[in-house]
Design a protein around this ligand. Structure first.
Ligand code: NAP
Length: 519
């Protein structure tokens, strides 16, 4: 049955007034939901969120907001099954892919609840460092503090993690005391819409703390002003466009961009074929190639492998791919679903065509699809493909094109410095990973790639057993990369509050400054 999604603004669900948008099951191409964008005044929606939501959130203080996040985490766990079903129905997720998304969202909420419990009990001021004595008189002091902005945080999310991507932005905003306006990616909006419905009906959030806007209503970005923050996840093209909007620049709207990446993995020359570290590397490559059909911003796109190990890595991937069942996630045994939408599939295909023109294929998955009867010719499926080249011959397409799907490239190297230069040609990414048990190699490579990535994962035999791989963004650690990755930062513990809190220096007579800033 087709469901109808609705925006939620000014405390009410609203039916839109624009043309109907169909949301599909990407495995069958059946319409599973519909919505109409707009139907409200965006300026009024922002004013309500700022005035009602902002005031109510800030009246609570940090600890109470942290307790609210804990309740939201519990709600996410309690509604897990229905959210997972929607990921399978509307985003092409296998059950495992959808769990990854929903559990990721719940764990971000739980983590920020714990972090929030360490903040001041009352008030909305966080001291930033110690008081600084100014001049010769000890009576003159300066103190940096952070206070919540008075605006809204507009969250523009990518299609690949409808729950997690929303919550990884919202949790820190709410803890700061700032209301959020969530704009989900259209193609996979079902899960986010259900999560919003459940949050609203639970009554956990104060009025105005959460708004939800479907599609791209007029003024969505242009009506933000100097009070507000915009957090975007998506393509570099859209990120660059948002950065160029006159009102965003003229009013210095706080802008955080999480964009494309060609994340690198490096296998050390000390690693032996069949060792724990070798298997960890191949398993991580395979997971990133196939989990969410490769639609993960953190997925390994470029794998640098010593020449002597390239055949072993190819064999390892080929044997894992041989067992991979691709098809409709509703069919038993399927381990990789379709891409999330027709548009996502077309974009990934364009990238694959460009890669195929310049690169050989090292390994690929089955072209057979497990579908429901009658849907054999439907679905936005793609065959996992591992390309190969070498550092000496690497064409620029490897660094330029992020195929947002089940694709990555093995790049053989024989010289460590040349390999590190090739890694830098990615232009900045979310995460790099280095697999080795040689301390000198790890020290050299990890430090060399650090300024080009937001996070560097070290894979060794000591952690091979319990490793979650480089592809999982963790609330405790920074998520965001320099350069083409957008230059943004999300998560990273309490650092994430910086996006919705303003840093100010208060100076004057010491006892007075302390009295002003006391909770
Ligand atoms: P996209 O086209 O840039 O869309 C991302 C979001 O921006 C969607 O919500 C989209 O809404 C919205 N949007 C597009 N144009 C807009 C405009 N003019 N004004 C306001 N909002 C606008 O990206 P995508 O192709 O869906 O997502 C895939 C990309 O996201 C990949 O390149 C991937 O690398 C990147 N990604 C990055 C991360 C990260 O954390 N760095 C995570 C996941 C994905 P509609 O859906 O309504 O068009």
């Amino acid at each position: 049955m087709t469901s109808t999604l609705r925006s939620f603004v000014c405390g009410s669900f609203v039916d839109g007034d624009a043309a109907t948008t169909d949301l599909l099951n990407p495995a069958t191409e059946e319409v599973v939901a519909q919505f109409r964008s707009g139907g409200f005044d965006t300026a009024k929606a922002y004013a309500y969120a700022r005035e009602v939501g902002g005031a109510k959130l800030r009246a609570m203080g940090f600890r109470e907001r942290a307790a609210m996040l804990k309740k939201l985490a519990d709600l996410c766990y309690a509604k897990r099954d229905e959210l997972i079903e929607l990921g399978m129905l509307n985003a092409g997720n296998t059950r495992g892919d959808a769990k990854f998304d929903v559990d990721g969202a719940a764990s971000v909420l739980a983590t920020y609840a714990e972090l929030g419990a360490t903040l001041p009990e009352k008030g909305n001021v966080i001291h930033d460092g110690e008081a600084i004595s100014l001049g010769t008189s000890s009576r003159l002091l300066g103190q940096h503090v952070r206070i919540p902005i008075e605006g809204v945080a507009l969250l523009i999310n990518a299609y690949n993690f409808p729950a997690w991507n929303f919550i990884e932005k919202a949790a820190a905003s709410w803890l700061s005391g700032v209301p959020v306006v969530c704009k989900p990616a259209t193609a996979t909006a079902c899960m986010a819409a259900r999560l919003v419905e459940r949050m609203i009906e639970s009554g956990i959030l104060p009025e105005g703390a959460l708004s939800f806007v479907l599609g791209q209503p007029p003024g969505l970005v242009e009506l933000l002003d100097e009070r507000d923050a915009l957090s975007f996840t998506g393509s570099t093209a859209t990120g660059t466009f948002l950065r160029s909007i006159q009102s965003i620049r003229a009013k210095s709207v706080r802008l955080n961009i999480e964009a494309d990446s060609v994340n690198a993995a490096i296998l050390g020359g000390d690693v032996e074929n069949g060792s724990e570290t070798f298997d960890l590397f191949v398993n991580d490559l395979f997971r990133d190639l196939t989990q969410k059909a490769g639609q993960k911003c953190t997925a390994i796109r470029r794998a640098f492998v010593p020449e002597s190990l390239i055949d072993a890595v190819k064999d390892g991937l080929a044997s894992r791919l041989a067992d991979l069942k691709i098809g409709d996630p509703a069919v038993d045994g399927v381990r990789m679903g379709p891409l999330a939408s027709k548009a996502a599939h077309a974009t990934a295909r364009d990238g694959l065509v460009r890669m195929r023109e310049m690169l050989g294929v090292a390994a690929s998955g089955s072209t057979e699809r497990l579908t429901k009867p009658g849907f054999e010719k439907k679905g936005f499926f793609e065959t996992p493909t591992v390309f190969e080249t070498s550092v000496a011959k690497m064409p620029s397409v490897v660094n330029e094109v992020e195929v947002f799907g089940p694709a990555s490239t093995l790049i053989a190297y024989d010289d460590v410095d040349a390999m590190l230069s090739a890694v830098r040609k990615g232009g900045g990414s979310l995460v790099a990973s280095v697999y080795s048990d040689d301390r000198a190699f790890l020290k050299k490579t990890v430090l060399a790639v650090s300024t080009w990535h937001g996070r560097v994962y070290v894979g060794t035999k000591k952690t091979a057993g319990g490793s979650i791989g480089p592809g999982t963004a963790l609330p405790q650690l920074k998520h965001g990369g320099p350069g083409r990755a957008g230059g943004g930062e999300e998560l990273g513990g309490l650092r994430a509050l910086d996006h919705t809190m303003h840093r100010v220096a208060i100076q004057g007579y010491g006892p007075m400054v302390e009295a002003i800033l006391a909770p």
